[in-house]
Design a protein around this ligand. Sequence first.
Ligand code: F6R
Length: 243
Amino acid sequence: MTRYVFKDASEAAMAVSERIVTLLGQRPHAVLGLATGATMEPVYAALVTAHRMGRVSFSRAASFNLDEYVGLPAQHPASYRSTMNRLLFDHIDIDPARTHVPNGLDSDPHRAAAAYEALIATSGPIDLQLLGIGRNGHIGFNEPGSSLNSRTRLVELHAETLQANRAFFADGAVPRQAITMGIAGILSARSIVVLATGTAKQAAIARSLAGHFDADCPASALSEHGDVSWYLDDNAASATRAA
Ligand code: F6R
C-alpha cells in the first residue's frame, strides 16, 4: 500500500489524472475502472484538459464504471451514465461503445448485474480501478456488511448514502437501489487508486488503513490487494498522519 498526501483536493485530483495519463501512454489499450461522485469531478476535468492539450488519447481504451442507480432513465442528469458522458466521455476520443456502465433500467436487475460481471470477465482484467470512498467506508455501492466475495449485484443503498447523494438530485429523490461491482470484482483489478479528500472521509480512511478486513468498513478490503495507492489531501489524511 502506498499513501500520497497532497496539500489540497485539487492537487490530489491532478496527481490521479496524471497517473491515468501515464498509464495510457504506456498501455494505450488499458481497461479503466471508473467511479463517479463529487471527488472524481476534478480528475475528469483534468483528463479532458490533458486530452485537449494532446497529452493523452483514449482511442484504444475501454472503461467500466463501478455502479449505476436502478430505475433512473439513462438521460437523467444524476444517472451515472449521463454524468460520465457529461464530465468525461463527451469530451475525449474514447469509443462510446467501449464505455460501460451497469444497466440500471433492465427489467431484471439481477440479469443486468450478471451480464456486467461477464462482460468485465471477457474484456478485463481492469488495469487501473479508480475508487472514491463513502463516509461509511463504502467502495462502489458496497455498503457496510458486503462480503469479500461479492460480485456485481443489486444492492439497497444505506440511509447515509442516500443522504450524501441527495445533493445530486434536484428533487432530492435518490433511488434506493443500485447495481454495483462487488468487492471481489474490485480486488481483481491489476492496480487500485483511491482518491479521498475532505475531513468527512477521515474516519473511513483510518479504518480502511488499519490493515485487516472489517466488514463494517468495506474499503478495508483493499488491505487484501497488493497494489493499492491512496491519494489523499491534508484534510482527509490528518486522522492517519501517524499511521
Ligand atoms: C460512485 C461510487 C461511490 C463514491 C463515494 C464517494 O461511483 O462508487 O463509492 O465514490 O460515494 O462519493 P463522493 O466523491 O461524492 O464523496
